[in-house]
Design a binder for this molecule. Structure first.
Ligand code: NAP
Length: 241
């Protein structure tokens, strides 16, 4: 049985991978989950093990309730406990609202929002028995401010904020804290096709964020911030002040 276990969904790449590394540095064993990128997930696991912790990769689709339940079951069977859950896996399918297909609406809502319900429910069951745990939901500044061309994504990320505050109220008495991080523009595969040069003008800190900027905030709110729950921490270089 692990001493401390963190599950990071979508940890094969980008922000999730950086979060996994930051939590490994803090001594957590890590369950890396991913959708299909086996090579990237295995590489993350090897990098995590270099920090002296145990790590393993679990492939399941977070937008599928049954797959998510089975995936979490496998993680519990291997590690025996769950201390931190980072609901990080997400996708974009951008387009103007009037041209948005129901398929792109559903894909984004299911992968970014329903996933947090599917994954958190079996995890909370374990945390309630332990009477401790921390959940971090990866929202976005566009869930706070809205964004033209991202009706599906903004709705999902705003939904995560509502879920965060509600779970904080429901689970606080069981020793479980639930918070959200709202990143601004972060350098990952998700943003690689955007012309981000024009965004820096609007960012007070005059640069895009790096996955490590988000990972440090996740580690703070999941591990150090023992009297913080139900909060949304914007990590965006000041973008939406
Ligand atoms: P990314 O580089 O595209 O990585 C996405 C990760 O999610 C990958 O590990 C991917 O697995 C996994 N994933 C995608 N769909 C999945 C599914 N159905 N089931 C399981 N895993 C799935 O994205 P990122 O930029 O790091 O974003 C991470 C989170 O931060 C997302 O929730 C995103 O919305 C949020 N965010 C990002 C930004 C930004 O500027 N990048 C800003 C605000 C919020 P595979 O590798 O197997 O495909």
């Amino acid at each position: 049985m692990s001493e401390k276990l963190a599950i990071v969904t979508g940890a094969s790449r980008g922000i999730g991978k950086a979060c996994a590394i930051e939590l490994a540095k803090a001594g957590y064993d890590i369950a890396v989950t991913f959708a299909g990128n086996v090579d990237a997930a295995n590489k993350t696991v090897e990098e995590l093990k270099a920090f002296g912790v145990d790590a393993a990769a679990f492939k399941f689709d977070v937008s599928n309730k049954d797959e998510a339940a089975k995936g979490i079951e496998e993680i519990i069977a291997k590690f025996g406990r769950i201390d931190v859950l980072v609901n990080n896996a997400g996708i974009t399918r951008d387009g103007l609202f009037m041209r948005m297909s129901a398929e792109n609406w559903d894909a984004v809502i299911n992968t970014n929002l329903s996933s947090a319900f599917y994954v958190s429910q079996p995890v909370v069951k374990v945390m309630m028995k332990q009477r401790s745990g921390a959940i971090v939901n990866m929202s976005s500044v566009v869930g706070v401010s809205g964004n033209a061309g991202q009706a599906n994504y903004s709705a999902a990320k705003a939904g995560l904020i509502g879920l965060t505050k509600t779970l904080a109220k429901e689970l606080g008495s069981r020793g479980i804290r639930v918070n959200a991080i709202a990143p601004g523009f972060i350098n990952t595969d998700m943003t690689k096709d955007l012309d981000t040069s024009k965004f820096t003008d609007f960012i007070p800190l005059k640069r895009l964020g790096e996955p490590e900027d988000i990972a440090k905030a996740v580690k703070f709110i999941a591990v150090d911030a023992e009297y913080v729950t139900g909060q949304v921490l914007e990590v965006d270089g000041g973008l939406i002040i």
